[in-house]
Structures are given as C-alpha cells and as structure tokens.
Design a protein around this ligand. Structure first.
Ligand code: VGL
Ligand code: ZN
Length: 217
C-alpha cells in the first residue's frame, strides 16, 4: 500500500468512507450487528490518517418501505418484491431524528467534512451511499468526490454484507479505486450474505485489505 504515504503517486487522492456507525447497528440497537461498537477506536485511528473523510448515516422516515412493520403480515428478514426488485425487510431502524439513528458518540473523526444521509425516500431503500435501491436515483456522492479530485476510496463500517458491500461495488462502477478494510467492518451475515458480498465485491475489482496495511504504509 503506497497510496497514503508522502511518496504516494501525486495523482492519487484518497478518502475514507465510514458507513453507518449508528446506535441501531450496535449491540442493543434495533438492527444490531455483533461487535459493531468494537470498531470505534480503529475507525478513529484510521480517520486520523486521511485528509478526506466522509461519514454516512442510514436515515429513514417513519413508515419506510424497508421496514417489516410497513407491510401487513410480514416479519423482519422476510424478502419481498418491490417495483425496483427484491427487498429484505428489516426491523424499524435509523428513523430520522431518533437516538438509534445517531452516530456512536465515541466516533471521533473531526476531519470529516461531509455526513451523507441516505435511505430518506420513503419508497426506496438505499444500502449504497451512491445509488438508491431503484439503481437509478443518485445521492450525489459521486459528484462530491469527483469535484474534489478524489479517485481512491477506503470503505469501513457497518454492515459489511449490506451497506459497505453495496457502497464499494457502486464506487467501482463510478470508477474509483476501492479498498474495503476488512477488520474495520462487521457483518450481519444472514443466509450466506457475507460470503456472497465478498464474491460480488471481488468480482468487480474491490480490493480486500487489513488496517495494518494502511498503518504500516
Ligand atoms: C443497513 C440494513 C438496512 C446497513 C442499513 O447499514 O448495512 N442494513 N439498512
Ligand atoms: Zn436501513
């Protein structure tokens, strides 16, 4: 990894993308990811290494289409068909303005200039920080990054097999060099979703690395 050092090629401009480090994805939260909170110190240390840091928040209106409670006789983790395709149903989570939607208070990444909120359309989910689940509606993140000359992304956070994986694949599709720092992510891992996510990410050229490779750079 020679992308972060002083002798990195001068044309490479990196950013750290920190995905959904919110209370509802921490143990005790509505959609808890095992050990999600243990990432906080590592992500803080990573945040200190990058000049450009972007945080995301899953940010749903009450009654969001991805909530099982919005559908009669459906349970969390069921899959349904929507006009834009298959949708996994979740417990109500990350409702706009609630405690569960807040970023973990231990997150200490003062360099972050942008907090991007996604999943705000009541009828469209958005695991990806780039493109909503209709695969059509842009969040604007590609423009933000490209206008700042950023071409290389390091993705961390929650959940590895959903929001991190979709974000990383869409980053590739938008033309970014994309690294997922595996030990700075945790997964939900339902029905083989983690294995599938790595297959899908690696197939489109996402690079799987460990945080030690960033720190030893
Ligand atoms: C996520 C499921 C539903 C995530 C968000 O952040 O990975 N997963 N909404
Ligand atoms: Zn969500």
């Amino acid at each position: 990894m020679t992308l972060l050092t002083a002798d990195a090629p001068s044309h490479v401009t990196c950013a750290l993308l920190v995905i959904d480090m919110q209370y509802d994805f921490m143990p005790g939260g509505a959609l808890a990811v095992a050990d999600g909170h243990t990432l906080v110190p590592l992500i803080n240390r990573l945040g200190a290494r990058f000049r450009n840091v972007i945080l995301t928040q899953d940010w749903h209106p009450a009654g969001h289409i991805s909530f099982a409670s919005s559908h009669a006789e459906r349970q969390p983790f069921d899959s349904i068909h929507l006009p834009y395709g298959a949708q996994t149903l979740w417990p109500d989570h990350c409702v706009q303005g609630t405690l569960g939607a807040q970023l973990h208070e231990g997150l200490d990444v003062p360099k972050a200039q942008l907090i991007l909120r996604k999943g705000c359309n009541i009828g469209i989910d958005s695991y990806s920080a780039f493109l909503e689940a209709d695969r059509h509606t842009q969040t604007g993140l590609t423009g933000y990054l490209k206008e700042r000359g950023i071409d290389t992304l390091f993705v961390v956070g929650l959940a590895l097999d959903f929001c991190v994986a979709w974000t990383a694949q869409d980053a590739r599709a938008a033309g970014f060099n994309t690294f997922v720092i595996e030990d700075a992510c945790r997964a939900i891992d339902m029905n083989g979703s983690l294995r599938q996510a790595w297959n899908d990410m690696l197939a489109v050229g996402v690079q799987r690395i460990e945080s030690s490779e960033v720190f030893h750079d």
